[in-house]
Design a protein around this ligand. Structure first.
Ligand SMILES: Nc1ncnc2c1ncn2[C@@H]1O[C@H](COP(=O)(O)OP(=O)(O)OP(=O)(O)O)[C@@H](O)[C@H]1O
Ligand SMILES: [Mg+2]
Length: 603
């Protein structure tokens, strides 16, 4: 006897709904996208109890006639796509014909719509995916869809819903994304009968971004090969931990993408600690054949044909423009045209490995794992510190391309500097025998911490600090198993983390130099870097992890530094190889020679 049967359409839709309709916010997303696809200029979103009891989305778009209003609840019924190849040239958000039937299979739905120019409208009600009931109705042109009692027939799903507040916040995010993607449309969000947010039609992205973030953000535009981008980003001091307020749009579509977020953060260089991201919106435009939009059930992710080169190009271009906008520390020369030149060049390591597999490997790896590779592709990129060779010894030679030697530089060079003062809570100004030396305080401190971690790691002598009470950190199942797998190697770094259940890890000890960094942060850094290093062996990720940890364990830009700390830092810098660079590749120090200063003031 054969046992295979076709699923009934209702069950098929409910299964599809499991992917498409995860929570109230995903319903709102689908409905708002439909409204936009219908050419709406005004979209109103109302939610009650976080959307669990009611969602209403009303638009002034094209509307539907009776046949379409009935058809739209059929699975795979769409007006947006008729050939598979169209998927590449799509100008609409929708293309699958899945959203409405999925929603209707797990909620009570009422659709009221009137086709533009038609004399009357139509009302369709459909409960739990059963046969729709259709009746004529008085209605304004456009469409209004009401979704009641979401998941009323899927109790397991309802249980998964978070608090109403959390769901409402997610709905807010969806509306915010829509608003950022379509500045030409007005959006109104009403929560439990109260106006929660209103984005009035604006003249363009700049204005919309300003209203979404309640402040204007700096605009950076750029173009590289086939890619164009428009980025509105906050100053580094407004950065937050996690990329939660950094939004990406690829060809108009909101997407989540870790590598793009990292690319943006990387463009800020060492002023931004790893794990911190600016606020803002980045719009990327690239030829459709480079983007696959059909890879995620909620269309929240896209795949790039050349993902890494997109991220790299973004990083480079942004690095160039951000430097100017926020006057990020751009060392490497002492005249103003030099400053410009430096900014227009991508950070040295990116050039170093252009087109190379390891193009996004941190400079820490580039510098330490394979010192022989350390070559600057053009002279302008070389950090022209112009130190007297006799004083600096050979270790600074490497960046200029000469063979690396481990011979220590003349002891006491940094120790002999006289600390004059701190500027912008960012730079340490010192007087040397032959000129003024300006240190990037964060880069310098980070360099020292990194060096200590790295040498003790190498010697297997990382001093650890046991935690009185182990700190438990919640992670994903994937991350928990990563920790499990790498336990021994991680332990060698001085971090004692063990898996606890499916989604937890316990931190029992941390490296002594990092005892002031919250253990959770160390775990997140570790995971982020290990994940980023992806399929490469763990040993390759070590420097990356150490560099990130060092970064968190060090004085930051914005910290007020006590002169005693500066003295200690200067002394320590003398112990460090490659003291001219922080582990993230930025030069630590720049010099202005006295004779040049004198020339400048006309002596
Ligand atoms: N607000 C609306 N105004 C006018 N037509 C609409 C509206 N919402 C849906 N439709 C019509 O109903 C069809 C089905 O909508 P549905 O969201 O299920 O699928 P889709 O948008 O085509 O694809 P996807 O599943 O990817 O969203 C659409 O193709 C469109 O023709
Ligand atoms: Mg749709």
């Amino acid at each position: 006897m054969s046992r295979i049967e076709l699923l009934s359409p209702t069950i098929a839709n409910q299964i599809a709904a499991g992917e498409v309709v995860e929570r109230p916010a995903s319903v709102v997303k689908e409905l708002v996208e439909n409204a936009l696809d219908a050419g709406a200029t005004k979209v109103r979103i109302e939610v009650s109890h976080g959307g669990l009891s009611r969602i209403v989305v009303t638009d002034d778009g094209a509307g539907m006639d009776e046949t379409d209003a009935r058809m739209c609840f059929e699975r795979h019924a769409t007006s947006k796509l008729s050939h598979f190849e169209d998927l590449q040239r799509l100008s609409t958000f929708g293309f699958r014909g899945e959203a409405l039937p999925s929603i209707a299979s797990v909620a009570k739905v009422k659709l009221v719509t009137r086709l533009r120019g038609a004399s009357e409208g139509v009302e369709v009600t459909i409960f739990g995916g059963m046969t729709p009931i259709v009746a004529p109705a008085g209605a304004a042109e456009g469409t209004s869809i009401t979704i009641d009692d979401l998941f009323y027939n899927v109790p397991a799903r309802r249980k998964f819903a978070k608090s109403q507040g959390a769901e409402a916040a997610q709905v807010g995010e969806v509306v915010l994304l829509a608003a950022l993607s379509r500045p030409d449309v007005s959006f109104t969000l009403v929560r439990d009968q109260r106006l929660a947010r209103e984005y009035l039609r604006s003249s363009g992205r700049k204005d919309r971004v300003a209203s979404v973030f309640d402040e204007p953000l700096e605009l950076n535009v750029g173009e590289r090969n086939n890619m164009r981008f428009e980025a509105y980003l906050s100053a580094p001091e407004r950065a937050r931990s996690g990329a939660t307020a950094l939004y990406f749009f690829v060809n108009g579509r909101p997407v989540r993408d870790r590598s793009l977020a990292r690319a943006v953060a990387q463009a800020y260089g060492s002023v931004l600690e790893p794990g911190r991201y600016p606020l803002g919106a980045v719009y990327l435009e690239l030829p459709p054949e480079f983007v696959d939009i059909n890879v995620h059930p909620q269309k929240a992710e896209v795949r790039f044909a050349q993902g890494r080169s997109v991220a790299d190009a973004l990083s480079r271009e942004l690095n160039h423009s951000l430097g100017k906008v926020f006057s990020l520390p751009a060392f490497g020369g002492n005249t103003s045209d030099r400053f410009q030149t430096k900014l227009q060049e991508p950070s040295s390591y990116a050039v170093l490995h252009e087109g190379d597999e390891r193009s996004h490997v941190s400079p820490a790896i580039a510098m330490l794992a394979e010192p022989a590779q350390l070559r600057f592709s053009n002279e302008r990129n070389a950090p022209d510190l112009d130190f007297p060779k006799s004083e600096m010894g050979s270790s600074l030679d490497s960046p200029h391309g000469s063979p690396q030697k481990q011979t220590p530089r003349r002891v006491g060079f940094y120790a002999n500097l006289r600390f004059v003062g701190q500027v912008r809570a960012m730079f340490l100004v010192c007087e040397g025998e032959d000129g003024v030396y300006i240190l990037d305080q964060h880069a310098a401190a980070e360099r020292v911490t990194f060096h200590r971690l790295k040498t003790s790691y190498g010697a297997r002598t990382v001093a650890t600090q046991q935690l009185l009470i182990p700190e438990v950190v919640t992670v994903s199942t994937h991350e928990a198993s990563l920790i499990d797998e790498l336990h021994d190697s991680i332990l060698q770094m001085g971090l004692d983390v063990t898996r606890m259940g499916d989604t937890g890890v316990a931190v029992r000890a941390v490296p002594k130099v990092l005892e002031r960094v919250p253990p959770e942060r160390l775990v997140r850094d570790l995971l982020a870097e290990v994940d980023y290093a992806a399929k490469r062996p763990f040993s390759d990720a070590v420097d990356l992890v150490l560099a990130t940890m060092a970064c968190h364990g060090s004085i930051r830009a914005g910290d007020i530094v006590h002169p005693d700390e500066v003295t200690a830092l200067l002394l320590s810098l003398d112990q460090v190889d490659f003291a001219g660079h922080c582990p993230h590749g930025r030069p630590v120090v720049t010099r202005m020679a006295f004779d040049e200063l004198e020339r400048k003031v006309g002596r």
